[in-house]
Ligand binder design. Structure first.
Ligand SMILES: Cc1cc2nc3c(=O)[nH]c(=O)nc-3n(C[C@H](O)[C@H](O)[C@H](O)COP(=O)(O)O)c2cc1C
Length: 208
């Protein structure tokens, strides 16, 4: 069997480990485009009907940068986080597998080659829309003060709103979601015990 055929067979069988998969560099985000803010706010809305069309690598890069990319030389981001802890990771679930956004390196770090979109929520569209983002708090970074839970939820909200605004600017459809079977999704994502799923958000092109 040729090497490429073997890799395809292993991926299909779910036998490839994360370390066998390669990071995917994203195109440089385009930060000089988009509609004016007030028009974007007028257009912001939830949409739950998606086509299966995939986002281009450039669109995905722009989306992730808008969501929680690095926008200053000191490593700070497009969304605020309590005490600049930056404890929220954005996992990216597509038909090609699961990866996590590395904002500093502007790339996707592979987690698994399995399509886990269906596990990211309880609504049917999550399985067929091209992209489900999952916002995961790293509790090891989140701090232990009594309000730490509130902060992780708030930090996630800022990221989700950035995604809403980017989608409104680009004519994309999106819905942020709390309706998730967190136990089974955590297993499908192979999360560590200190990682907590906060919300998910589906993104794609609207059905006309
Ligand atoms: C924290 C949070 C959780 C949500 N969870 C879901 C969800 O699980 N499924 C869903 O279809 N919409 C969900 N929504 C979207 C809301 O239903 C939607 O924002 C609301 O109906 C207002 O519509 P709009 O966003 O178009 O203004 C959620 C919104 C928020 C802020």
């Amino acid at each position: 069997m040729r090497k490429s055929m073997l890799i395809v067979a292993l991926i299909s069988a779910g036998c490839l480990l994360a370390q066998d998969l390669k990071p995917v560099s994203l195109p440089q985000p385009q930060t000089d485009s988009g509609r004016p803010l007030m028009q974007v706010l007028k257009a912001r809305k939830t949409t739950r009907d998606f086509t299966a069309d995939k986002l281009s690598p450039q669109m995905l890069s722009n989306l992730l940068w808008a969501a929680f990319g690095v926008n200053r030389p000191d490593g700070r981001r497009t969304a605020p986080s309590a005490m600049n802890r930056q404890e929220i990771d954005i996992y990216v679930a597509t038909a090609d597998g699961l990866s996590v956004y590395n904002a500093q390196a502007n790339r996707l770090e592979p987690v698994s080659a399995q399509d886990i979109r269906a596990a990211t929520g309880t609504q049917a569209f999550v399985a067929t829309a091209p992209l489900d983002l999952v916002y995961v708090a790293d509790l090891a970074k989140a701090g232990s003060e009594p309000d730490a839970d509130l902060y992780t939820a708030a930090d996630t909200g800022f990221i989700a709103q950035n995604v809403y605004l980017f989608c409104a600017s680009e004519g994309l459809a999106t819905v942020v979601r709390g309706s998730i079977d967190r136990a089974s999704l955590g297993k499908a994502m192979k999360l560590r015990p200190e990682q907590k799923i906060i919300l998910a958000q589906t993104v794609g092109y609207p059905k006309r």
